[in-house]
Design a protein around this ligand. Structure first.
Ligand code: HEC
Length: 180
């Protein structure tokens, strides 16, 4: 009477394995660590066309080489877009966002400006606002710090981003050194 059991077990295992593989594939499609902004796309099945998805998110181009010659005055003009939310004067208030005087070189982690209610996302960042972290954050705030409450799309133009960061650097009693 147990004659059929091995077959049944084998069949059950095949089904279980198939289901597990399918769930893993589905989970993988939705929780892709390398493409966090592409939620909800239906599985990109390899169809042999070999074409990568055109809308694959790209990171910011580095700005280190541009900073030395970046025009801080042009950066000040572009930074008008920030003034809706940020005061940039020494001793100025926090607004929708924290005051930005002295931000270049300062610690991240949401403790820079007392009295400003940073997001939990910002509080869990570490390190400093150096040229690299500012480059990423200003390219795409929500990609660099997922969950940030800075609702600003970002500056996609690399030259403009370098100019804005060159301007932010001047907002200090003794600006940090430019990258070599
Ligand atoms: C729509 C409002 C808004 C705009 C526009 C905006 N920001 Fe912000 N910014 C915020 C908020 C809110 C925070 C706090 C983010 C958090 O806690 O997650 C923030 C945080 C920051 C921080 C981190 C400061 C710190 O103390 O750690 C920097 C740097 C920054 N913004 C730069 C800029 C620059 C430069 C621009 C213009 C190119 C800009 N922001 C435009 C709202 C804005």
């Amino acid at each position: 009477m147990f004659r059929c059991l091995p077959t049944k077990i084998a069949a059950a295992l095949v089904i279980a394995a198939g289901t597990a593989a399918l769930s893993a594939a589905i989970a993988g499609a939705f929780v892709s660590p390398t493409e966090p902004t592409k939620k909800g796309y239906v599985v990109a099945v390899a169809d042999g066309s070999g074409a990568a998805p055109a809308a694959a998110p790209t990171g910011p181009e580095p700005i280190a080489a541009l900073l030395a010659s970046a025009d801080a005055a042009a950066g000040q003009k572009a930074a008008k877009a920030c003034l809706a939310c940020h005061d940039m004067n020494k001793g100025g208030p926090n607004k929708v966002g924290p005051n930005l005087w002295g931000v270049v070189g300062a610690a991240r982690g949401g403790s820079r400006k007392a009295g400003f209610a940073y997001s939990d996302a910002m509080k869990t960042t570490g390190g400093n606002w150096d040229f690299d972290t500012l480059n990423s954050f200003l390219y795409s705030p929500k990609a660099a710090v997922p969950g940030t409450k800075m609702t600003f799309a970002g500056i996609k133009d690399t030259k403009t981003r370098a100019e804005v960061i060159a301007y932010l650097r001047t907002l200090a009693d003794s600006p940090v050194a430019l990258p070599k």
